[in-house]
Structure formats: structure tokens, C-alpha cells
Design a protein around this ligand. Structure first.
Ligand SMILES: C[S@@+](CC[C@H](N)C(=O)[O-])C[C@H]1O[C@@H](n2cnc3c(N)ncnc32)[C@H](O)[C@@H]1O
Length: 271
């Protein structure tokens, strides 16, 4: 069964505003793998569970034609409202039933989304739509996140973690795949030529308001809002206040380094 957690228009707008694109290190891992495995012209790349298009726009810089797909109409609408890119189009559809021809796709990518899919069905679908020799790139950022600012990095990270830990109580069972560094997703990929990289670290430029906005964008926060709106609403300004006090600054637009660890499952379908 597909899990639909990103349906609300309000959530999609927050998502578009605060979710970050794949960082430099992750981009390099993906591009060098694809250069090695697919050195000839890549015609079609599909970004499954594209959300508001963070990964799609990165792919569009490097490949001829990119299709972003997502089960949520609200997310796809936000993606379409972003500045137009002539080589990108979007489709609303489940990852498990892609409206694409057999053997028509060179690269099937997914960023921070595959844990929501019905993994078994998605893998069958990947196998069906990929051309012989086509590749999959399935990544996620993990909860291994930290903040750096002057000499208070440790304290800031602790504040961020405390807020995250509160939210984690409201996380869906499928988030376990992220906690397990996509081990099960890697094992389910039906190609012998595959690897899983678990130590990709990226520095994402952020501000205090961006970090707090990121917390607002995560799916457990939306569940927290439904269950306990008062507590959920106060968590964000409280987190922000604690961060600003610790940093000794007053502006929520103060830059701060946000470090994330990514996991990436890469694989190549046989000829
Ligand atoms: C955490 S967001 C990631 C979005 C984007 N790829 C990014 O990197 O920010 C997960 C996305 O997966 C989508 N999704 C969840 N289950 C899906 C399914 N079964 N088929 C297609 N999309 C799905 C959600 O609607 C959501 O937009």
C-alpha cells in the first residue's frame, strides 16, 4: 500500500520553501557513478517521489530530459510553480505504477522518498521501465544531522536533536528504513551490480529560520500538529529562541552550517 503523507497544500508550500536540494558531495557521487556506468547519451531520467522538485532540478542541469513523478498533486503543483525548465515535466502517479513504457528509462532516481513506497512493487516497476544497462539512484538524507556555528556547534546540535527526538515519536513506521540506512531497500534491488554508500556528508548552507523551517517540513511534525497542535506550534519558536540565545545573535536569518549524512543505493540493470 502506498503511504500518503505529503498531500496537504500547506505542507507542500512549506516543503518547497524549506527542503534543500542534494548537496555537492551527493551530486558528485551520483554523477561519477552515472558517468562510469552510462557513459553514452542518457535520454530519459525519472525522479520518483520528486516532491516539489529539489532533486529533479539538479538532474535537469545534467541530463537531456527529466520527468518528476509524485503521488501528491499538491507537491507536483508546487514543483510546476517553480521557475520553468524546458527539459523537465511532471506527472502525478504512484511510484509502483509509473505510466512509462517498458525499457524506456535510462536512469531512475529517487531522493528521500523510496522509504514511503511499496518497496517490492517499486523494484518490479524499476526493473520494468529501465532499459538494459539502465541505472537506479536511490538516496536519502539520514537523521545524522548536525549544526555548526562558531564555538557553540555542540550546544546547537543538541538543541536541534532534542526537537527532532520529540518529533520522532510521531514518525511513521516506514522511517525505520532511513534509520537502517536503506539496508532493506538495497537488499530488495533485484540487480547483482549494486552498491550502497552510507558515508556521504554534505554541508548545506542554512539560516536559523531555515533550520526551524526544515523541522516544520518533516512528516512527523505534520502528525504532531494534528495530535497536539498547541505543543507543536510552540516547539518551533522555542527551538528558534534557544538557537538564537545560544549563538548570541538576534536575527533568524543568521547563517548556520547544517551538516547531513546521506545514504545512496546505486545499481545497474543487466544488459
Ligand atoms: C520526503 S518527500 C521527498 C521529496 C523530494 N524528492 C526531496 O528530495 O525533497 C517524499 C515524497 O514522496 C512522495 N511519495 C510518497 N509515497 C509515494 C508513492 N507511493 N509514489 C510516489 N510518490 C510518493 C510524497 O508525496 C513526497 O512528495
Amino acid at each position: 500500500m502506498a503511504t500518503q503523507m505529503f498531500e496537504g497544500k500547506g505542507h507542500a508550500a512549506i516543503y518547497q520553501k524549506y527542503r534543500f536540494a542534494p548537496g555537492e558531495e551527493l551530486q558528485q557521487v551520483i554523477l561519477s557513478y552515472l558517468r562510469e556506468k552510462r557513459p553514452n547519451a542518457v535520454e530519459l531520467v525519472v525522479d520518483v517521489g520528486c516532491g516539489t522538485g529539489q532533486g529533479t532540478r539538479f538532474l535537469a542541469k545534467h541530463f537531456k530530459k527529466v520527468v518528476g513523478t509524485d503521488i501528491s498533486e499538491a507537491q507536483i503543483q508546487e514543483a510546476k510553480d517553480a521557475p520553468f525548465l524546458p527539459n523537465v515535466s511532471y506527472l502525478v502517479c504512484p511510484a509502483e505504477e509509473l505510466p512509462l513504457e517498458d525499457a524506456s528509462v535510462d536512469v531512475l532516481a529517487s531522493f528521500t522518498a523510496a522509504h514511503w513506497f511499496d518497496i517490492e512493487k517499486f523494484m518490479k516497476e524499476a526493473n520494468r521501465v529501465l532499459k538494459p544497462g539502465g541505472c537506479v539512484v536511490i538516496c536519502t538524507y539520514t537523521m545524522d544531522m548536525s549544526l555548526r556555528y562558531g564555538n557553540c556547534s555542540e550546544k546547537l546540535t543538541k538543541i536541534f536533536r532534542e526537537s527532532w527526538d520529540l518529533l520522532l515519536k510521531y514518525s511513521h513506521n516506514k522511517v525505520k528504513h532511513v534509520m537502517e540506512d536503506y539496508k532493506m531497500i538495497f537488499e530488495a534491488l533485484p540487480f547483482p551490480d549494486k552498491k550502497r554508500i552510507t558515508d556521504i556528508y554534505d554541508k548545506i548552507p542554512m539560516t536559523v529560520s531555515g533550520v526551524v523551517g526544515y523541522l516544520e517540513s518533516v512528516s512527523p511534525y505534520q502528525v504532531f500538529m494534528k495530535n497536539d497542535p498547541e505543543a507543536a506550534k510552540s516547539l518551533l519558536p522555542e527551538t528558534e529562541k534557544r538557537m538564537l540565545e545560544t549563538m548570541g545573535v538576534s536575527s533568524r536569518e543568521t547563517p548556520v552550517e547544517f551538516w547531513v549524512r546521506h545514504v545512496c543505493v546505486l545499481g545497474c540493470k543487466g544488459q
